[in-house]
Structures are given as C-alpha cells and as structure tokens.
Design a protein around this ligand. Structure first.
Ligand SMILES: NC(=O)C1=CN([C@@H]2O[C@H](COP(=O)(O)OP(=O)(O)OC[C@H]3O[C@@H](n4cnc5c(N)ncnc54)[C@H](OP(=O)(O)O)[C@@H]3O)[C@@H](O)[C@H]2O)C=CC1
Ligand SMILES: O=C1O[C@H](COP(=O)(O)O)[C@@H](O)[C@H](O)[C@H]1O
Length: 498
C-alpha cells in the first residue's frame, strides 16, 4: 500500500510542549523513531508552549524519558529541536513559528512545505490554536494530530468538530486513540482475516461470548481532580475498548486501505444496540485491605462525596447476522490486582456424547503486558492416561520472537503512520460521532443527579466488585472448573473425562 509520506525536510511542531504528555509520550516517541531510523535526520522539531523555558532547560525536560539513548543519538536528536514560548491566542508566537518554518524551508530549497502539528494540549485550547495555525502557519501540506478527549459527550464532540471542520479537511486531521497503535491491536485484522480457521468461525454459530477487559493496578493518585469529571467509562471505554471491539467484530474490509477499514468500523458501530442501563456493574475503589493504598475518596483533589465510577462492566449486543445474540462485555477498572488488557472469546461447547466432561475452547488475545495469543484446546493427557486436559496453542511474543524485533510503542507507531500519511489507525469523524451516540445516553444516565446509581465498593488491589463473577456468568462466560486448567501443566492430575 502506498501513502503520501512527508519528506526529508519536514517541520514537526508540538504544541503544549511543556506538558505531561509531551514529556512522557510525544518527545520520547519522536526520539524513538529517530533512533530507529524512521525519521529523517534533516527534519526540524519545534516545541511551542506558554511557559518561559530556555532551550537547554526544555531539552533537559523532554529527554528525561528517552529510551535506548546513547549520548550521541540524544545529542543528534536534540540538535534538531528548538522551543518557542508564546501565548496560544495572539499572533506573535505563530508569526515566529511561520518564520522558523519558512527559513528552514528556504535553506533547504523546499517548494511545497510539509508541516506536522501535534496538539498535546487540553481541549479548551484546541480551537484557538487551530484558528491561529490556519491563519498564520498553514502552507503546503499540513497534518494535525489531535489528542483525546474529542469532546465530553455527543454534543461537545460535534461542537468541536464544527469548529475544526472549516479550518482543516478530514484528510488533514489525525485523531489519536493510542490503543490503535498497540502492536496486538494492529494484529487483529491479520489474525481474523488472514486465517481461514478464524475467519470461518468468527460468528454467532461458534462464539458464545466476548469480553474485552482493561485492568490497571494503580488508582488515580495525583490525577483524581482530572479523573473526577471523566470516570472510567469516558476515560477508556468510549474510546480504547470500543475501538478494539470494532476491529474485533467488523466485517472484512475490501483492502487495508484506511477508508475501507474505517467504513467497516462505522458500519459495525451502527449495528451496536443502545447500551442497556439496567445491565451495568459500576464500582468505586476504597482503601486497600492492608490500608497502605488510598481509596478514591481519600484523594484531596476529588469531591468528598464523589460518585465517580472507577470500575465498570457493561453488556453490549450487536444486531447483525454475524453477532445477533452473542453477549459482549466491556469491563475496565482502576486500582485492581494487576495491570492487564485482554480479549477473551469463548466458543460454544462441543457435544458431550463421547465425553463425560469437556471444556470450552477459549481464545485469549493479550494486548498488554507481554503480547500473546493463546487458544485453549482440549487434548489427551500424554502417556497411558485416557483423560483429557485443557491446554493451549500458544503464541507468546517474548518466547516466539527474538528480542531483535523492534515493537514500537503506540505513540511511535502512530506518529510514524501520520508522517507516512496513513490514516488507518486514526479515528474518523463519523466513527467518533457513532461512538458518542452509543455512549452519551449511558453517561447521562450514570451522571444524572436524579438517578441514584448503585456504586459497588471494591478494595484497592482486589479483582474488582464481588459481583463480577456473577455478572460475567450472566453474560455466558463459563469459568474453568477449579483445578481443571493449569499452566504450565506439570502433573497429570488435571481433570476431564472421556
Ligand atoms: N498526560 C497523559 O498521559 C495523556 C494526555 N492526553 C491528552 O493530551 C492532552 C495534553 O495532556 P497533558 O500534557 O497531560 O496536559 P497538560 O495539562 O500538561 O497541558 C499541556 C500544556 O498545555 C498548556 N496548558 C495547560 N492548561 C492550559 C490552559 N487551561 N490553557 C492554555 N494552555 C494550557 C500548558 O503549557 P503552557 O502553560 O506552558 O502553555 C501545559 O504544559 C490533553 O488533551 C490530554 O487529555 C491523552 C492521553 C494521555
Ligand atoms: O487514555 C488513557 O489510557 C491510559 C491507559 O493507557 P495504557 O497504554 O497505559 O494502557 C489510562 O491510564 C488513562 O487513564 C487514560 O486516560
């Protein structure tokens, strides 16, 4: 597939360059791409923010999180970087920016400028920055990476879209959902459509339930103030988990062309039924059992009686020929027992007949940590035993692939895609609209002061609300019988009878 890549003489501007995202993700990703030879050594990178910083202080700040940096590569990369400190809402900074672009382009004889703008900014300033950019710095070919959140609900997302649409075409906008840059998420289409054994069984006749789960072993400590008006549903479900679900359930696109992929994503989003507000499990974490970790409400930056949801499980259903009747659960929580994001697809039971006990097949796709795909299958216990055991076909990346493979971080992958002009892993306007249409009624229901939504308390470091097991069973998920599945199998005592 060929895209229109930006060339050797490109200017990358990071707005909000003094901020947290720029320091933790954007600049380390630019450095990672440079280190791996995926950014030309001739580009220029400009950080823009209001904070008064000397160039050297700025460079110190952004390079703290660089990985795999030798002094030499770091120095080489930082020699491409400069910093402009000016307001977002007046002309002077943008005029400086334009001059910096023009003198660089003139020096290198660039006739058709290539300029990439990364907005690592709070949404309150997106529009003003975009207006100024258009007025003062727009020239040649422009690409703009916009960070989430793209709105707080359907109405605000549409308002933002209305503000941006007259300024930049959809072709110029790259809305980041960083889950689309994760290696295993990028593998979903190949896994599904590149394997007859999967594409043939990917439907209601064979699949009994689907779960997508997001677990974080840390709470909102220090970010409570930000999180309190967001909640876990808006923070990771309306965007990251829904994106994963669309790739997992959409029909086969005619090609990997970005628009072909995104057309199918929009179709499947339209087929998802409105979320049943009676079918929710919502929770908020309390202190850890040993009292060493704080509860959500212990954070001084959140309202003392906050009803903010830090754990949610919700059921979805898709009304189309492929998925009708298959229960789908999205679940996400902060301050749990582990950090893990995975997809579980459980298959329908095989006919018993010849077996007294036989378990279901399950396909697990672990997005992080340690990417893996494993399929639980029944097999005869080796040797003289006539019993079956549940075992797996296992593709764990760390054991299958040598460490020489460079798996880019999500932000590295996405900035590279934008540079190359590949929109596949960015969120299109109609996709965004559909996702808000789906989630806004649920968010209104949860956040309305008239609805006294029950919030189940769970301890920091636990598996989540106690009711979770029952909730999943209600949605057709069958837990392995205790002792029936063990990994790795080290003794022949695991059950299952022929
Ligand atoms: N931090 C993270 O890990 C993630 C962040 N995001 C998103 O990325 C964007 C940036 O995030 P983050 O870097 O954490 O944000 P920050 O709050 O650190 O803001 C970035 C920069 O923007 C400027 N800024 C902050 N508040 C305002 C304001 N009210 N008016 C004008 N300028 C302001 C500040 O720079 P100065 O004052 O110097 O101009 C600040 O350094 C946000 O949209 C966020 O939701 C998405 C995923 C993860
Ligand atoms: O967007 C967000 O994602 C992170 C989780 O991202 P991951 O790549 O570490 O899985 C989450 O912690 C944060 O609250 C949310 O805003």
């Amino acid at each position: 597939m060929s895209y229109h890549s930006f060339g050797d003489y490109t200017t990358i501007v990071v707005f909000g360059a003094s901020g947290d995202l720029a320091k933790k993700k954007t600049f380390p990703a630019l450095f990672g791409l440079f280190r791996e030879g995926h950014l030309p050594k001739t580009i220029q990178i400009i950080g823009y923010a209001r904070s008064k910083l000397e160039d050297d202080d700025f460079k110190d700040r952004i390079s703290k999180n660089f990985k795999g940096a030798t002094e030499e590569t770091k120095k080489e990369f930082l020699s491409l970087v400069s910093y402009i400190s000016d307001p977002y809402d007046t002309d002077e900074g943008y005029i400086k920016l334009r001059k910096a672009c023009e003198s660089y382009e003139e020096k290198h004889g660039v006739k058709n400028p290539h300029r990439l703008f990364y907005l690592a900014l709070p949404p309150s300033v997106f529009t003003v920055v975009c207006k100024q950019l258009k007025k003062e710095v727009y020239a040649g070919e422009t690409r703009i990476i916009v960070e989430k959140p793209f709105g707080h609900d359907l109405e605000s997302a549409r308002a933002l879209q209305r503000d941006l649409a007259p300024l930049f075409t959809e072709e110029e906008l790259y809305r980041i959902d960083h889950y689309l840059g994760k290696e295993m998420v990028k593998n979903l289409l190949v896994l599904r459509f590149g394997n007859t054994m999967f594409s043939g069984i990917w439907n209601k006749s064979n699949i009994a339930s689907i779960q997508i789960s997001f677990k974080e072993a840390f709470g909102t400590e220090g970010r409570g103030g930000y999180f309190d008006s967001i909640g876990i549903v808006r923070d990771v479900m309306q965007n990251h988990l829904l994106q994963v679900l669309t790739l997992l359930t959409m029909d086969r696109p005619v090609s990997f062309d970005p628009e072909a992929v995104r057309d199918e994503k929009v179709k499947i989003l339209k087929a998802i039924e409105p979320i049943d507000t009676e079918d929710l499990l919502l929770g908020q974490y309390t202190k850890s059992e040993d009292g060493t970790k704080p509860g959500y409400l212990d954070d001084d930056t959140v309202k003392p009686d906050s009803k903010c949801v830090t754990y949610a499980a919700l059921g979805l259903s898709i009304s189309n020929e492929r998925w009708d009747g298959v229960p789908i659960v999205l679940r996400a929580g902060k301050a749990l027992d582990e950090s893990k994001v995975e997809i579980r697809i459980q298959f329908k039971p095989v006919a018993k007949g010849m077996f007294k006990e036989i378990q279901r097949n399950e396909l697990v796709i672990r997005i992080q940590p340690n990417e893996a795909i494993y399929l639980k299958i029944n097999s005869k216990i080796p040797g003289i035993s006539t019993e079956t055991s549940l075992t797996e076909l296992d593709l764990t990346y760390s054991t299958r692939y040598s460490k020489d493979f460079w798996i880019p971080e999500a932000y590295e992958a996405l900035i590279r895609d934008c540079y190359l002009g590949n929109h596949s892993n960015f969120v299109r306007d109609d996709e965004l609209d559909e996702s808000w249409k789906l989630f806004t009624p649920l968010l209104k229901h949860i956040e309305s002061s008239e609805n006294d939504i029950p919030l189940v308390k769970y301890a920091y470091g636990s598996k989540g609300p106690d009711h979770l097991r029952k909730y999943l069973e209600k949605h057709n998920y069958v837990f392995d019988e205790p002792g029936s599945y063990q990994w790795p199998l080290t003794s022949p005592s695991v059950k299952g009878k022929i």
